[in-house]
Write a protein that binds this ligand. Structure first.
Ligand SMILES: [Fe+2]
Length: 255
């Protein structure tokens, strides 16, 4: 963890003259560079250890600012890169897990699991990752291997089972037709269910080369209707609740 980042964020979060929306923006932007650095690191064990500092900052922010998720959730308008996507999924998963009752060490594991859920993509050909358009069958087959690649990478470290489950099971779904194991709803690890939801939510609300982003509430409606049955209904309601609070907050700000 770079010391200058740590000091900077520490001061930022303690500064009462900066409003929460601006804090959310700066915290997110300053963390992107660090996540990119972690993702480039060949030493995954070390990257996992260093990720704790980033997660700690977001957990502190959420603890000190009751409407922090509302501020964080509407900010994602970046292009879709693995590391920006991973940080956003990490942030949303922390917020959702908090609403679902997670705290302390479990919340940290949730953040790490979500941050590293796509670590297996480093084994997928870069041309496929960056392809400007839909994937063909062969490319799609390789892309769908990323949970298994991630499993192998994380098993070489001493990552706890929760982190491994987020990586290996985040493309499973409650209908039992996900991949790679086609697990049933109850078989999917509770933390992986959270990542499955926030992963799709972020993909739908982020600008990619071949599709336009949906506004957050449209994305949740799409998941509830078009992707019906795939996600944990309690988690989906919790996500709606978070969004609703955010919209109320924006109304207040605009008055
Ligand atoms: Fe994935």
């Amino acid at each position: 963890m770079r010391q200058d980042y740590k000091n900077y964020v520490h001061h930022l979060l303690a500064d009462k003259t900066i409003n929460p929306h601006r804090k959310a923006l700066i915290l997110r932007e300053s963390s992107y560079a660090l996540v990119e650095e972690l993702f480039e690191s060949p030493d995954v064990e070390k990257a996992l250890e260093e990720s704790k500092g980033i997660i700690e900052n977001f957990v502190n922010f959420m603890e000190n600012e009751p409407e922090s998720m509302g501020h964080l959730i509407g900010l994602s308008s970046h292009d879709f890169y693995t590391y920006t996507h991973s940080l956003d999924v990490g942030i949303y998963s922390l917020g959702l897990a908090k609403v679902a009752g997670y705290s302390g060490h479990e919340l940290f594991l949730m953040g790490q699991g979500a941050l590293f859920h796509d670590i297996g993509k480093r084994q997928v050909d870069i041309e496929i990752i960056c392809k400007n358009g839909p994937l063909d069958d062969e490319e799609w087959k390789q892309m769908q291997k990323h949970p298994e690649y991630g499993l192998v990478i994380l098993q070489e470290t001493n990552a706890p089972e929760e982190i491994i489950a987020c990586c290996f099971e985040h493309h499973e779904n409650s209908l039992g037709n996900g991949y790679p194991q086609q697990l049933s709803a109850e078989e999917i690890h509770p933390m992986a269910r959270i990542v499955a939801l926030t992963d799709t939510f972020d993909a739908l609300t982020t600008k990619r080369s071949y599709n336009q982003p949906m506004p957050p509430s449209k994305a949740l409606d799409f998941m509830a209707v078009k992707l019906k049955g795939k996600y944990d209904p309690d988690l989906l309601s919790a996500m709606y609740e978070t969004l609703f609070k955010m919209e109320k907050h924006k109304e207040k700000l605009s008055k």
